[in-house]
Design a binder for this molecule. Structure first.
Ligand code: ZN
Ligand code: ZN
Length: 358
């Protein structure tokens, strides 16, 4: 039994003023129980720790989790298991994950379970307790980020004119897999030339050409935890405008990295990078927020953005990823992943940031 998680479950029950919690979000299930399958539900009440899943996962669940695994099937469906759990524990106030549970699923629970239950929406309470990472979690994310760094050094040797963005993305993913990645944090972005002005471009049949900016935004998972990084390089020699844009983005990123620390809000950190980009005349070319948190899921709270009012705390992870995107020309984004500390941050990304001309 993981003692710190056990403490968190008790405080979740207390904070929600609930007698039982039904957890259905796959990432929250994993966080609280250790079960990685994602299919099923948790029932938590008093000392009761029940993990409900089907026969595809019961064996793995038993190995990964210290919770009592109960198999759901046609003869013993999930609603019946919930009813038995409720009867056994006598719970009447039940917390549910309103932010991720489907309406149809919630309707089914309300219709199938006793009428006198009081349903309490958890309003992201579990996500909130995932914000500050433990040392163990930070180590897993650092390992995932190191795999990304290793893959980046390899892809630099592979990129060449004539290769399509799709081929280049496949190569980058292959390099991450070869370095030990369990999976990918999100679909790899490999945007070249004019396509790089779209912050979330999808890799296409377009061939890489001499003089292209190539923006690579990629991440992998290690034991479920995500990495995230972006690097932009130039294929061949950079021109003046490319150099200028790159320098502004890098300056903005380094300025934000030099101020980020516990006690500031996400908006305060965002402003440092945004002001610098604005002063350089590219204010309209940076539309997205400066960064986001990362964990079991790729985009977690709190965010670094103009509306980020949450105060950063030690042990939170944040990406710092300013960008300048000029339609018809191209774009640059540089993204590192850092751990927020009392006095600053610890950067988990080690790939070079000087302008690389391949
Ligand atoms: Zn990214
Ligand atoms: Zn990111």
């Amino acid at each position: 039994m993981n003692i710190s998680i056990e403490t968190k479950i008790k405080s979740l029950l207390r904070d929600a003023e609930a007698e039982a919690l039904i957890i259905t979000d796959p990432f929250n299930m994993r966080y609280l129980s250790g079960f990685s399958g994602g299919e099923g539900a948790l029932f938590l009440a008093g000392e009761e720790r029940i993990l409900i899943t089907d026969s595809r996962y019961t064996e793995a669940a038993g190995k990964e989790s210290s919770f009592t695994v109960v198999e759901e099937n046609r003869k013993h469906p999930r609603m019946q298991i919930f009813r038995e759990c409720l009867e056994k524990t006598g719970a009447g106030r039940v917390g549910y994950e309103d932010q991720s549970l489907r309406c149809s699923e919630f309707d089914r629970m309300r219709e199938s379970l006793p009428e006198n239950l009081e349903w309490i929406p958890l309003k992201g309470l579990v996500d909130r307790c995932r914000r500050i990472k433990s040392e163990e979690e930070i180590e897993l994310i650092a390992k995932a980020e190191a795999i990304g760094d290793a893959a980046f050094l390899e892809i630099l040797k592979i990129l060449q004119p004539g290769m399509t963005e799709l081929e280049a993305a496949a190569e980058l993913e292959y390099q991450m897999r070869k370095a030990g990645a369990g999976g990918f944090s999100f679909d790899t972005i490999m945007a070249s030339g004019k396509n790089s002005s779209m912050p979330h471009a999808v890799p296409s049949e377009k061939k890489l050409e001499e003089g292209d900016f190539i923006t690579m935004d990629f991440g992998c998972t290690w034991k479920g935890y995500c990495s995230d990084m972006t690097r932009t390089v130039v294929l061949g020699e950079a021109d003046e405008k490319q150099r200028e844009i790159y320098r502004v983005v890098l300056d903005a990123q380094e300025a934000a990295l030099s101020v980020i620390r516990a006690g500031l809000t996400g908006a305060e950190v965002d402003k440092v990078a945004r002001d610098l980009i604005k002063e350089a005349g590219y204010g309209d070319c940076f539309g997205h927020g400066l960064g986001h948190s990362v964990g079991l899921y790729i985009h977690e709270e709190p965010r670094l953005s103009p509306s980020g009012l949450d105060v950063l705390e030690c042990g939170m992870l944040e990406t710092v990823e300013p960008g300048i995107y000029v339609p018809g020309f191209g774009g640059v984004r540089i993204e590192d992943l850092v751990v927020v500390t009392e006095t600053g941050c610890r950067n988990l990304t080690s790939s070079p940031k000087c302008l690389i001309e391949l």
